[in-house]
Ligand binder design. Structure first.
Ligand code: ADP
Ligand SMILES: O=C(O)[C@@H](O)C(=O)COP(=O)(O)O
Length: 447
């Protein structure tokens, strides 16, 4: 799969075939997740970290702007999203895709509701859909209830999320608490009856004064129906799954084959601040397998400005033997203990600041292959790395691609990195991810 991120002439990316899908993602892992699904569905995608300062160019069908707005105050999330929207419209976006988490990560204060509302106002869009379903990754919506794997959202590990604990699986209720617009439902019966029936349902909901409708989807076929019905909406809001159904509606050029990432260079490191169930398992597996690991204690991170330097020295002393892991990942009781001492935001800030400094230090010292685990964590690290654009490479697991970025200050000038969402990837994700890069080298040597 390929995405074009080539910097170049003034004037911005040129929409292929005259239509541009403008995407705004509320965190960085979510952005690569969306870019990955759009690219797999055959669209040419550019991903930028925030609104770029300078011009760039490329034949593209979609631009994904990655923001770190999931847990900031709602007013700030709205302001940043509107700035991204203005930039995307300036590029010629004819449809906007607001990407949030497939587990609908938010609180009664936002930010899914306030950002959706602000985008609707700015686009003069009377109606939009909300659908976090991503069946390939186990996220399905039925009768407006979100399932994670075989359990309801509030029974999944998300109930213990450090920043956005999800304790209600009824998305109509969750979203209604965050917005003044009335929230309705497009349920599985309309979806099963096809795109025309969904269109009729949308008309009926609008006539009732509904502004936003949660949409059921339990399969990629449902997403295809929804994508067809939503093709003419100026705004859609969703997890990355809807891209699977929407992209075929927008594809103008023939599908491109998967691009091979350049051969990997530099040392291997994993930085993990995710405390989600899947990441906890991945970290435990890595350590149990004898992997070298350095734990960041949030309490130490909050008071010891030298902790990042200590972790960097430790990592560079160990990485000749294999990938090194620097992690704050912890089980819910440990997270709660840290939060009781530092506050929720205080613990998060201490960990994110430290891991971001470690990321920067390791790349400056020769890390060329980096796994970042956790949405907030990845966002903080990528900002510290000053990576402004990424090419999306092959998929490691659903929702998680390898990416490649130019990094002028890195000894090898560029970096392979993957931004792993907390609950994505199998237990051996770390080993599998690096093995894929080894395969790239082997393939390149063969050809
Ligand atoms: N041991 C810990 N105690 C408290 N908070 C932590 C701990 N480790 C990580 N965190 C914070 O928890 C949050 C995890 O969020 P994130 O990185 O988005 O992971 P995920 O993708 O799993 O949601 C981050 O803000 C991180 O700094
Ligand atoms: O939609 C998803 O699940 C992901 O793209 C995502 O946004 C996950 O967020 P984190 O779990 O915070 O990494």
């Amino acid at each position: 799969m390929s995405t074009d991120t080539s910097p170049g002439r003034a004037g911005g990316p040129r929409p292929a075939g005259g239509a541009l899908l403008g995407c705004i993602a509320d965190d960085f892992t979510g952005a690569t997740d969306l870019a990955n699904n759009l690219a797999r569905a055959g669209l040419r995608v550019v991903q930028t970290q925030g609104v770029p300062a300078g011009p760039f160019d490329g034949e593209v069908d979609a631009v994904v702007v990655a923001l770190k707005t999931r847990t900031v105050p709602a007013a700030e999330a709205v302001a940043q999203s509107l700035q991204a929207l203005a930039w995307l419209r300036g590029l010629g976006a004819d449809q906007v895709y607001f990407k949030y988490c497939s587990t609908f990560d938010s609180t009664p204060a936002g930010n899914i509701g306030p950002v959706t509302e602000a985008l609707m106002d700015a686009l003069d869009a009377p109606f939009t859909i909300a659908c976090p379903a991503f069946p390939e990754a186990g996220r399905t919506v039925f009768k407006g209830y979100l399932f994670v794997g075989d359990v309801l959202l509030h029974e999944s590990g998300m109930r213990n999320h450090p920043l956005t604990p999800m304790t209600d699986s009824n998305l109509q209720r969750v979203l209604q608490a965050q917005t003044r617009r009335r929230v309705g439902l497009i349920d599985y019966r309309s979806i099963a009856a096809g795109a025309a029936a969904v269109g009729q349902r949308i008309d009926a909901l609008r006539a009732e004064g509904i502004g936003i409708a949660i949409a059921d989807a339990t399969s990629d076929a449902d997403l295809a129906t929804l994508g067809a019905a939503a093709a003419a909406l100026p705004l859609v809001t969703a997890g990355s799954g809807l891209a699977i159904g929407l992209a075929p509606q927008r594809r103008r050029a023939p599908r491109e084959g998967a691009g091979r990432p350049p051969p990997p260079q530099g040392r291997r490191a994993i930085l993990s601040g995710s405390c989600s169930t899947a990441t906890v398992g991945q970290v435990e597996r890595f350590i149990a397998g004898g992997g070298a690991a350095f734990r960041i204690d949030p309490l130490a991170a909050a008071i010891d400005a030298g902790l990042a330097a200590q972790a960097i020295d430790w990592a560079t002393a160990h990485w000749q033997d294999g990938p090194v892991l620097v992690y704050a990942t912890a089980r819910p009781d440990e997270v709660r203990a840290a939060q009781e001492r530092l506050g929720v935001a205080g613990a998060a800030e201490a960990v994110e600041r430290t891991l971001a400094a470690v990321a920067r230090g390791l790349v400056e010292r020769g890390a060329g292959q980096l796994i970042l685990a956790g949405g907030e964590t990845s966002s903080a690290c990528v900002l510290a790395l000053e990576v402004d654009r990424m090419r999306i490479g092959p998929q490691i697991a659903p929702g998680v691609p390898w990416c490649h970025a130019n990094v002028p200050y890195a000894p090898q000038g560029s970096l392979h990195l993957t931004l792993k969402s907390g609950n994505f990837g199998g237990p051996d994700f770390f080993g599998r991810a690096f093995a894929m890069l080894d395969d790239t080298t082997t393939d390149a040597a063969r050809s």
